[in-house]
Design a protein around this ligand. Structure first.
Ligand code: ATP
Length: 369
């Protein structure tokens, strides 16, 4: 087991800054996810930790040892890549045994270890097959088995589930999390799939344009996002965000769009200094699950809107509403909204839960409240 410590990590490709001042401490045994859109520098960061890419500057330590300029094989890290990197001419057994043969373990010891890890990954029956005789799910298990078989200090995984179908991904999420926790090896996992990160991670690093935006638990990332980008990157469907003007109506601080007024909670306004924004513009965010829909206007459903599209997902209904130029996506349980009209163009009323409103600074995207 080992802690990973990264300080001021930078990587330039020519004039392009792929990784910009990344600072991370991953605790012993922790499962940390690097999450962000394509091209944000996740893979480059992981490759620098593995030793496959040299940093332009900065420091990487594993288990207190400075490994910044060590070759990959002197870092004792196990890796799984997106394309698995299996040898086509070797059997599954041969592939899993390979890292042990390189380390010159005795034959009996190799057989024992390979069989043990094959049982854990449930691939015992395919040990004698070649990679091209395996399904995507089996290939992935073999790649993970090959990573697990060595006593590595650290595991690094780059989108290992990207070739699996949705159902298998769901199964593998639970399985991989279980395995990581039972072996207890410090692991960094790269993904652009927020659901993967949210369901499996101890902590998540959200990256954009080579920079870390937030490093926190999934719950903190979800409930207290540092920026508008983080807020909209996690959660499905996406958080609603629109331009508002902060103003006072009858002495109360509210947020206004051109078409409707969003009442704000007085305590929240006071605690977050929202009074200071009166007269200014802001970006208002609220998640679909925090907007309820009614067919009657009342105190808590004051936003008159038109139903643009209705999307039943089984357990839940998504109502996409239009109010002037603003699109409002709402999510509610099927039973709660069973009685509502589902025809496009129907008149419905949206109610924003004042306990779950966010304000972001226009431009910088920083969370104000
Ligand atoms: P993806 O999810 O698409 O793999 P990523 O977040 O992992 O994206 P990286 O692969 O780390 O992103 O790439 C970050 C940026 O650096 C990208 O713009 C990429 O084009 C660029 N880049 C990566 N490797 C090189 C290289 N060897 N030479 C030049 N530019 C590179």
């Amino acid at each position: 087991m080992a802690e990973i410590e990264i300080n001021s990590l930078m990587k330039q490709f020519g004039a392009f800054q792929a990784v910009n001042d990344v600072n991370i401490t991953v605790n012993n045994g922790e499962f940390v996810f690097l999450l962000g859109p394509s091209g944000c520098g996740k893979t480059t960061t992981l490759r620098m930790i593995a030793g496959l890419e040299m940093p332009s500057s900065g420091r990487i330590a594993i288990g207190g040892r400075n490994v910044t300029f060590l070759r990959p094989r002197h870092r004792n890290v196990g890796m799984v890549f997106q394309d698995y990197g299996l040898y086509r001419h070797l059997t599954v057994f041969g592939n899993i045994a390979y890292p042990l043969e390189v380390r010159r373990l005795q034959r009996a010891e190799i057989t024992r270890k390979v069989n043990a890890v094959a049982r854990t990954m449930q691939i015992t029956e395919v040990l004698q097959r070649k990679p091209d005789q395996l399904s995507a799910g089996q290939l992935q298990r073999v790649a993970i088995a090959r990573m697990l078989v060595r006593d590595a200090d650290v595991f690094l995984m780059d989108e290992p589930m990207s070739h699996l179908d949705a159902q298998l991904r769901g199964q593998m999420r639970a399985e991989l999390r279980h395995i990581q926790k039972s072996v207890g090896v410090t692991t960094i996992f790269v993904t652009h799939d927020q659901l993967e990160a949210m369901t499996m991670a101890d902590r998540i690093i959200v990256m954009k344009d080579g920079e870390m935006l937030q490093f926190a638990t999934p719950r903190e990332i979800f409930e207290r996002p540092a920026t508008e980008f983080v807020a909209t990157f996690v959660g499905e469907p996406q958080m609603n965000v629109f331009d508002v003007h902060i103003t006072r109506i009858e002495g109360k601080v509210v947020a206004m769009t051109e078409d409707f007024v969003v009442p704000l909670d007085a305590t929240w306004v006071r605690e977050n200094g929202v009074e200071n924004l009166v007269g200014q513009g802001a970006r208002l965010g609220i998640r679909p699950e925090h907007i309820s829909v009614s067919d009657k206007a009342d105190g808590s459903h004051g936003v008159a809107a038109e139903l643009y599209s209705f999307e039943p997902t089984g357990a839940e209904n998504l109502y996409v509403l239009k109010c002037g130029d603003v699109t409002i996506t709402t999510r509610s349980s099927t039973t709660e909204t069973a009685h509502l009209d589902k025809g496009e163009g129907s008149r419905l009323y949206a109610g924003f839960d004042p306990n779950w409103i966010y304000l972001f600074e226009p431009g910088s995207g920083r969370t104000i409240a």
